[in-house]
Design a protein around this ligand. Structure first.
Ligand SMILES: Nc1nc2c(c(=O)[nH]1)N[C@H]1C(S)=C(S)[C@@H](COP(=O)(O)O)O[C@H]1N2
Ligand SMILES: [Mo]
Length: 329
């Protein structure tokens, strides 16, 4: 049976590569990047850029948070240079707060992250509505330094603070029928001005196969650089799946539902030919409108090759044995 015709992709001005190529972004980024670039080895990196963000950009002071249980470079951490805090917190995708990379840092201050609850339900023996602080107290936080590769072909290295999603799923005790995990972002147009516009179907939703969700690399993050997540990075709780394109990393989660069927996902609904359910980083499968073979690591000038599964193939390739990853992209 032939697939139905896919819907039109979203309006061209909301497509990622258009945003990425916007001239004012480009100019701002060049100005930002050249200020403190220092040559290291073959590439050019910042060394802890400390320049103040633009005055209209909010980088909130982080509150006290529990410190990670593990320090230093662990087995799952990359030792590549970390993207500076100011960059990680001012160059964001969070369409609930606007389409420009600088919009989330400027507008996400309206997000109220306390009180906050996270519902865990669906195919579990122990459904529960967690208060966010109870949730964060229940699972020891770890620091994990991961690469993050956006589908728009840029990347960062981010030290997250979080805990394996597997721990929360264990606590909920999936039933034998559970096969997928569905995630939902807060739906509140009053707090999230981008939701007053129909650029995407709100709320933002994402999903993983249960075994992907249980993989030790998969984190629920509540912080970065040892501090609470700023709202623009998805406070108070977001998903991090480092071998997948960044859009799988759903922000500001209010619900985690175990399901029998593969759940719908926002970018796949918006443009199914361009964004698959799996969204594993794959240099061999180009986006229909641009190559995925290379990426720009923020802070570097030379594009670098993109690695299969974003460099995590050793850990995760076995999850996809027998699948055709050019079809199940
Ligand atoms: N709710 C929600 N989650 C989201 C997005 C979004 O627009 N809304 N953008 C995604 C995309 S495309 C990326 S690349 C990452 C960016 O995370 P960061 O801003 O913390 O780097 O968040 C993902 N999670
Ligand atoms: Mo992204």
């Amino acid at each position: 049976m032939a697939d139905p015709l896919p819907p039109e992709p979203p309006a061209s001005e909301v497509t990622p590569e258009k945003l990425y190529l916007r001239r004012r972004d480009f100019i701002r980024n060049v100005a930002l990047f050249t200020g403190t670039a220092v040559g290291v080895g073959g590439g050019l990196y910042w060394l802890g850029a400390r320049q103040a963000p633009p005055s209209d950009v909010l980088v909130p002071d982080a509150g006290e948070v529990p410190q990670p249980v593990a320090h230093g470079v662990g087995a799952l951490d990359t030792d590549e240079p970390r993207t500076p805090y100011d960059v990680v917190t001012t160059y964001n995708n969070f369409y609930e707060f606007g389409l420009d990379k600088s919009d989330p840092a400027r507008h996400a201050g309206t997000l109220r992250t306390r009180p906050w609850t996270v519902v865990v339900d669906g195919e579990v023996h122990e459904p529960r509505t967690w208060d966010i602080d109870a949730l964060l107290a229940a699972f020891p936080l770890e620091e994990r330094v991961y690469r993050m590769r956006c589908v728009e072909a840029w990347s960062m290295v981010i030290p997250w603070l979080g805990f394996p999603l597997a721990r929360l799923l264990e606590r909920a005790r999936p039933t034998g029928a559970a096969r997928y995990v569905a995630f939902t972002t807060l739906n509140d147009p009053e707090q999230m001005p981008g939701q007053r516009r129909g650029v995407l179907d709100w709320p933002y939703v994402e999903g993983l196969r249960l075994d992907e969700a249980q993989h030790p690399l998969t984190l629920l993050a509540s912080g970065l650089y040892g501090k609470q997540l700023p709202p623009q990075n998805g406070a108070p709780l977001r998903l991090v799946v480092p071998w997948k394109y960044g859009f799988k990393g759903i922000k500001s989660i209010v619900r985690i539902t175990l399901t029998r069927e593969q759940p719908p996902t926002t970018w796949n609904l918006a443009a199914p030919r361009e964004y698959g359910f799996y969204a594993n980083v794959n240099p061999a499968v180009d986006h229909p409108r641009w190559s995925q073979a290379h990426e720009r690591r923020l802070g570097e000038f030379r594009r670098r090759p993109t690695l299969p599964f974003n460099g995590y193939a050793e850990q995760v390739a076995s999850l996809y044995q027998g699948m055709d990853l050019s079809r199940d992209f």
